[in-house]
Design a protein. Structure first.
Ligand code: MN
Length: 386
């Protein structure tokens, strides 16, 4: 049995991971569940999956969760700090990090230090501190198993290729709901339009990131660290059908791709049960439903976030951390109708220009940078001075 800790069990990835667990009760056992504030769903999940421990980050919901689970032998913890505690839980083999944003960083570090393999859905962890995380993983001999569909695709293509050098990878992008739109159009779009992703059903933050191409930018940074690549070895290609999940090109020019209908349960299942594949009844791809695949260049002039992400990665140091923190603030502001779609890039760019650059950051530098970028981005949003 693989014993699994799920950090962020009530989100989109967390709930789909539990569907995978439900389908394979003899393969997986959930030992820890954690939620930010959705106590109702957390209780329901705990009653069904009977973990050893649950965490509710919102401390005001502690009593409610505690009372609801009092008949069962489940330890209930509250507060964000408890995440780091349970990340090291002894009775777990794999920690699925399905939290939203840079809050995933510290629990991931704790889990790695405790020797847990990481099923990484929280890409922000690698964006903020990829160098530190990958180094720690090597030191503690733990695997970082990508859950992000593009990175899972690359990871699957690399099976059996350990001796072979990667020449290049192509991360595919759907282009999101605003593919082909102009800046004029984007200047007036509202969250309701941005939240309508053509191919994937995901949480609100990542859906906005997909519409702005920031998601692809974060994924470029994530890929750099996961596969130890130079920035020039990473390319983005828009493939609106989202069937080819990404492509590896080797030094002989041969390319391998991984395909399938868009469904996050597949990469989740692959990461949780790596290296073995598990039988399932997920929808199969039918060629006749897709007589044409198409490809186009990503429009980084209109969707500036992707360009900013490449710039931050070239600059290195704490720059991707600045980009990420500012992005978390502007996405929340956009979702609250406080800022326009195009202004998101402007605030991020200004934060990248103004926050002090640290070339070789330690954990404390990342935490400081994250805090300062959030404050500055917040001020720029409120004053509306971009
Ligand atoms: Mn992805």
């Amino acid at each position: 049995m693989k014993r699994i800790t799920i950090l962020g069990s009530t989100g989109s990835i967390g709930t789909q991971a539990l569907e995978v667990v439900r389908d394979h009760p003899t393969v997986f056992k959930v030992t820890v569940l954690s939620a930010l504030k959705n106590s109702e769903l957390l209780i329901k999940q705990a009653l069904e999956f009977k973990p050893d421990v649950v965490v509710i980050c919102d401390e005001s919901k502690y009593i409610e969760v505690k009372n609801a689970l009092s008949a069962l032998n489940i330890k209930v913890l509250a507060g964000e700090a408890a995440l780091s505690e349970v990340a090291a839980y002894q009775e777990s083999d794999v920690v699925l990090t399905a939290l939203m944003g840079s809050v995933g960083l510290e629990p991931t570090i704790t889990a790695i230090k405790a020797g847990k393999d990481i099923a990484l859905a929280n890409k922000e962890t690698l964006v903020v501190a990829g160098e530190l995380i990958t180094k720690l993983a090597v030191e503690h001999q733990v695997k970082i198993l990508p859950v992000d569909s593009e990175h899972s695709a690359i990871f699957q293509c690399l099976v059996g290729e350990t001796q072979n050098e990667i020449e290049k990878i192509y991360l595919t992008a759907s282009g999101g709901p605003f593919l082909g739109k102009s800046k004029d159009f984007l200047s007036t779009v509202k969250k309701e339009q941005a939240l309508k992703h053509p191919n994937w059903v995901m949480g609100a933050k990542i859906t906005i990131d997909s519409a702005s191409l920031m998601n692809k930018g974060l994924e470029v940074i994530e890929a750099k660290w996961l596969f130890d690549l130079d920035v020039d070895q990473i390319d983005v290609i828009v493939h609106p059908q989202s069937i080819i999940h990404s492509i590896v090109q080797f030094t002989d020019g041969s390319m391998k791709a991984q395909l399938g209908v868009p469904d996050m349960k597949l990469p989740i299942q692959y990461a949780l049960n790596y290296p073995d594949r598990l039988k399932n009844d997920f929808k199969r791809f039918n060629f006749l439903d897709y007589p044409n695949f198409s490809f186009q260049k990503a429009d980084m002039e209109t969707f500036r976030n992707l360009e900013l992400a490449f710039t931050s990665l070239r600059k290195g140091g704490n720059m991707p951390c600045i980009l990420n923190a500012a992005n978390e603030i502007v996405v929340a502001a956009f979702l609250n109708d406080k800022i326009g779609f195009l202004q998101m890039s402007e605030v991020i760019e200004q934060c990248m220009a103004e926050i002090s650059f640290v070339e070789k950051p330690q954990l404390s530098d990342y935490l400081e940078t994250d805090k300062h970028s959030r404050i500055l981005a917040g001020e720029l949003v409120t004053k509306n001075i971009v």
